[in-house]
Design a protein around this ligand. Structure first.
Ligand code: IMP
Length: 213
């Protein structure tokens, strides 16, 4: 399935593939990379599931970026991210998408997490952070990466309709609301993903000049 798409009208400019099947992540990365020629697996009719066998965000992001790059012949940008809760020794962490098993959806997962947090009612016991590693890989082996985090705490009940995943239970004390109560633009000004993207951008420019960022 090499070279799935035309590389745009200009032979020197290459499209960037977002190596994810998560609609929430794709939406945010597209908005954050506003103006960049970004494609996602759906645009290519590409159905590729990469098993996340790594024990760290960076290991899993690297697995996904290399798999999508070698499958498509494009530069692929993968996001591996998750929620670390201090009272739960960092869980769900790299297992955030699989917390409670494959049968649960986003709501089922954050409900389960709220249950596990009932033993920790004091706000001081409920500190947590979102972590994001962005890892870009080209089919020829070039790579770059960066990380971003966003500190907060686990709310006692879900609130808000925006975002995805654990956003409704992630409380931001400085904003006195959950991540899901922020509009997309507000989340994209402070999120772990936004910070990782800001950090990786200069490396993307340097490592992949053909992206013309
Ligand atoms: P993975 O990177 O595919 O392993 O999945 C990361 C999981 O972490 C997502 O499925 C969400 O459950 C959670 N997650 C990552 N980033 C966010 C975010 O910005 N908001 C809410 N949940 C997130």
């Amino acid at each position: 399935m090499k070279k799935l798409i035309e590389q745009t009208n200009s032979p020197s400019v290459t499209r960037l593939l977002v190596a994810s099947n998560n609609g929430g992540k794709i939406r945010e990365i597209r908005a954050l990379l506003n103006g960049v020629d970004v494609v996602c697996p759906d645009d290519l009719n590409l159905n590729l599931e990469v098993e996340e066998t790594g024990s760290t965000f960076v290991a899993n992001a690297a697995l996904k970026a290399h798999a999508f790059a070698s499958e498509t012949g494009l530069i692929a940008l993968a996001d591996d991210s998750g929620l670390q809760v201090d009272a739960l020794d960092g869980a769900p962490g790299v297992f955030s998408a699989r917390y409670g098993g494959r049968g649960l959806d986003d709501v089922g997962r954050y409900r389960l997490l709220l249950e596990h947090m009932e033993a920790f009612p004091d706000p001081k016991q409920r500190s947590a952070r979102f972590c994001c590693t962005l890892f870009a890989a080209a089919p020829d082996g070039r790579t770059c990466q960066a990380e971003g985090t966003c500190e907060g705490r686990i709310a006692h009940a879900p609130s808000g309709q925006h975002g995805f995943g654990y956003d409704p239970i992630f409380f931001l004390p400085e904003h006195d609301c959950t991540m899901a109560e922020l509009a997309a633009q507000q989340k994209n000004a402070l999120s772990h993903r936004a910070k990782a993207l800001e950090a990786v951008y200069p490396a993307l420019q340097k490592t992949f000049p053909e992206l013309a960022l």
